[in-house]
Design a protein around this ligand. Structure first.
Ligand SMILES: NC(=O)c1ccc[n+]([C@@H]2O[C@H](COP(=O)([O-])OP(=O)(O)OC[C@H]3O[C@@H](n4cnc5c(N)ncnc54)[C@H](OP(=O)(O)O)[C@@H]3O)[C@@H](O)[C@H]2O)c1
Length: 291
């Protein structure tokens, strides 16, 4: 797919962490294209406007705003919403508006192994993938693995206290940095993925929470211990820290699925899209602890 000065590429979630990275990558990789950030509050992304990103107001809950925002858009990256439980209806609104606007390619950020995943996050992604396929739109599905940054709090806490807890045991986590998935999405919408492809994206080297403890200790120079608990005991610990019951159960439940392999994967497809190795765990740990 060629990019010309007339090509318009929009990205949802422009105020979010992944969306803004994708937009920055698009400005760098395709300076000739018109790059549009879609978001509820354009005031949240004035830094992107300064980089030449056009900002348009769009709320997943407001179909009229989506119809207006997608006018004249050729290609769209639909970054999945963070409003768990409402996401399928929100994504469906975007897909319907994209169809009405005549968008020629939709790239959707799904979840690693979505149809087979036991993670409670998976069903909304599967529903969205199915709606996208049924829409008749040309699509690329990027099934993203875990962001290494999901462990930011655990990494910071462990660097201070020398320990952190979880329930993922020997479960392998083939994570990559957000920046890796962002570059993959930018490249996919620029033509590195073929329309109709569904791609499983994961980092090059899978690790366990025990390996994470070793990396943190390597950076801090002090001992760091990973305490592995059962899923119910980890949920109870999270509740004792003040997390709402439903959130604690959800997070602990994910750890149980990690043990079963929900986040293990291979790095070659991500590497093919980005043209580089995924960011090593050690590098993300160092970046987080230096910040
Ligand atoms: N693979 C992983 O490890 C992982 C981890 C976390 C999340 N995710 C998924 O990947 C997505 C991107 O990650 P992220 O780190 O960029 O998440 P994030 O920083 O939380 O960004 C989420 C974006 O969704 C937008 N949004 C929420 N509700 C909306 C609505 N009704 N209308 C329009 N926009 C709405 C937010 O806009 P506002 O600024 O207006 O709230 C924000 O821009 C997440 O939303 C989630 O689906 C994946």
């Amino acid at each position: 797919m060629n990019v010309s000065p007339k090509t318009t590429i929009a990205v949802t979630g422009a105020s979010g962490q992944l969306g803004r990275l994708i937009l920055k990558d698009l400005r760098k990789a395709a300076p000739e294209a018109e790059v549009i950030g879609l978001l509820r509050d354009p005031g949240k992304a004035l830094d992107l406007a300064a980089l030449g990103v056009v900002l348009r107001k769009a709320d997943y809950e407001d179909p009229a705003s989506l119809n207006e925002a997608l006018r004249g858009v050729d290609r769209l990256v639909l970054v999945s919403s963070n409003e768990i439980g409402k996401r399928f209806a929100q994504h469906r609104n975007v897909i319907e508006a994209a169809k009405a606007a005549g968008v020629r390619l939709v790239v959707y950020t799904s979840l690693l192994h979505a149809p087979d995943s036991g993670l409670s996050l998976a069903p909304e992604h599967v529903q969205t993938e199915e709606a996208l396929k049924a829409s008749g739109l040309s699509y690329v599905i990027l099934r993203n693995g875990w962001y290494t940054e999901n462990y930011s709090d655990a990494i910071r806490q462990a660097s201070q206290t020398g320990e952190f807890a979880g329930a993922a045991g020997e479960g392998r986590i083939a994570s990559a940095a957000r920046a890796d998935y962002a570059l993959a999405a930018a490249q996919a919408v620029l033509g590195a993925a073929k329309p109709g492809e569904t791609l499983e994206l994961a980092g090059d080297r899978a690790w366990t929470l025990g390996d994470l403890a070793v990396e943190i200790a390597r950076f801090t120079g002090g001992p760091v211990v990973y305490k592995n608990l059962s899923v119910p005991k980890y949920a109870a610990l999270l509740k004792a820290f003040g997390l709402p019951e439903a959130v604690a159960d959800m997070l602990a439940g994910w750890e149980g699925e990690i043990v079963k392999g929900a986040l293990d994967g291979q790095g070659e497809t991500l590497r093919r899209l980005t043209g580089r190795p995924s960011t090593p765990l050690s590098e993300t740990v160092a970046q987080l602890l230096k910040a």
